[in-house]
Design a protein around this ligand. Sequence first.
Ligand SMILES: Cc1ncc(C[n+]2csc(CCOP(=O)(O)OP(=O)(O)O)c2C)c(N)n1
Length: 640
Amino acid sequence: MAKKKMSIGRRGFLKGAAAGAAAMVTTTAPLVEAQVQRAGSASTPPDGAPAPTPAKLDREAGNVRPPAAVRTITRPGSDLMVQAVRDLGIEYAVANPGSSFEGLQESFINYGNPPNKMPEWITALHEESAVTMAHGYAKAEGKPMLALLHGTIGVQHAAMSIYQAYYDRVPVVMIAGNDLDFIPAHTAHDMAAMVRGYTKWDAEPKDLDGVLTAIQRAYNEAITPPMGPTMVVIDSDIQKDNAPNAKIPTYKAPTFPTIDSTHAREVAKGLLQAQNPRINVGRLRTPEGVKRAVELAELVGASTTTAATQGPMSFPQTHPLCGPGADTNYDYTLGLETGGAQVTIEGPPLAKVAEVRDKDNIDFGGIKPGSGGRVGRGGRGPATAPPLEADAEASLPLIIEQVKSQMTGDQKTRIQERSAKIAKANYDARVTALEQAVESKRAGWNGSPIATARIYAELWPLIMHEDWCLSSPSNFSGGHHAQLWEHNKPYSYLGGQGAGGMGYGAPASVGAGLAARDRNRIVVNVQTDGDLNYAPGVLWTAVHHKLPMLTVMHNNRAWHQEYMFVDYMAGVRGRGNERSYIGSTLRDPFLDYAKMAGGYGMAAEGPITDPAKLSAALKRGLASAKRGEPYLIDVITQPR
Ligand SMILES: Cc1ncc(C[n+]2csc(CCOP(=O)(O)OP(=O)(O)O)c2C)c(N)n1
């Protein structure tokens, strides 16, 4: 096929030619100069001349920066930054492209052997989605991935997601570029100031050594409790300049605050001497914490609660010890990241953030200064004693060790007998609860619009033998999985948005999809329609990166939560509800989500209104998702 000649501006061509020449000529500047001169003598590129890159053409259209001196960069600082990120075991770097980190992006995709692996570059269409992808990934994997943000405007686009991750105490590492030579509006003297009120830690180092240290610190701050998003702002010159002498500092893993040995001894004693001990398990930090909670419960024969049906990293729901047990008069209760116990071990509250960063602003968004925590943190009862302020996950090995050394032979026998009784009682309780749930979920089974319970009920037999993750918040679609599915993995259900921000479910599912992709896991996203419309471009990201993700639309054709509020208000005021639909329904026209998905290259079908057709569609969707071809099924549903 003949090469198509492009007609471009003289300056754009000159710069493109210079860049190409610089790549070819490694030693002598005069040769580069000659190449530029020769190329500049024509208004279109001669055959064989390097074509200008799209980035150069883009700059031609806007406020261009001063022409960069043509020189050879053999060891750009950004290569070392990428190596530092790689050494931390970060799997993915996600971004909507931005010139303030072009140096870094080039290193991410070209540096290393193999390049673009650990981390792999993930393309996002919106910064808010990029950070929420990292949010969803961290909830599934228990560790952070990296999100890169363009200076000022990219950071602002990401703001809600950063806040949400902060409120949800989820680790996300962010890099924001700052390019002082480029568009002034995309630079800032203090880039992180815009999001500092809800970022756990940030830094803007002045040289490469400082950047490399800050990347490691940002990672450590993100993963130590209270976990949260952290940001390193990196000047574009530090990314691009040669760095012949810089070295990546030796990484030191963070220390996690644990209870002291006296407390560990007391807790072990309490659990061993009790006739009917109980362990309440909230949300732990990582899958390792879940394993340790199981080990402790089994060692001491305690019945447990779980938060696995509300969010990730909790006790397996159908473990024999999980449930009320044979006797609900517990004489000793240990809480792990949850209240309502004699002894509660709970990570430091967010207010402690003040200790680890330079500029304090700790009373932002729902944080009650002095209260030692956030306002209204769902589901926590009052503790009977002040909590031991320590990370439960890191404290568990100390308790386990104490239990092992204190346990007598008599206690061991008693624990075995008790465990068997608890297991039987819990099994019976589960069967009863399931029978009741199944009975109650039959309501409206054959109705149209389709009952939300039917979606969950028909999904279960199709996924129960798979390694699955329910990635989307389920409270708006009835939460039926809590009773109908078995949540036994740390990532079985990823829980709510964190701060109730819509525009979360779809990108968080993509993040969970990234966690699932190379682990033979599938992700189920029961997707509300209002939420998807914030940033539907994430569907493209899912297709582009071949994620094993099934999206089932809970398409009630409304922002139904808000519809209910307005409708209620109209009722209270006695004005009738004929117009309650205005402003809170998605009709006239209805949105076509199968077409929307198709536009982003995603296989899709629907809208489905006949419940009898649902199961076959779910089967098709899951088969596709398992092949790495994400699939969307538009289901017209009951409001809730
Ligand atoms: C960013 C953001 N803007 C507005 C709201 C207010 N809000 C709460 S629920 C809701 C409607 C959500 O609609 P949808 O996702 O379709 O769920 P549905 O209520 O219909 O089940 C809105 C807009 C919010 N929570 N977050």
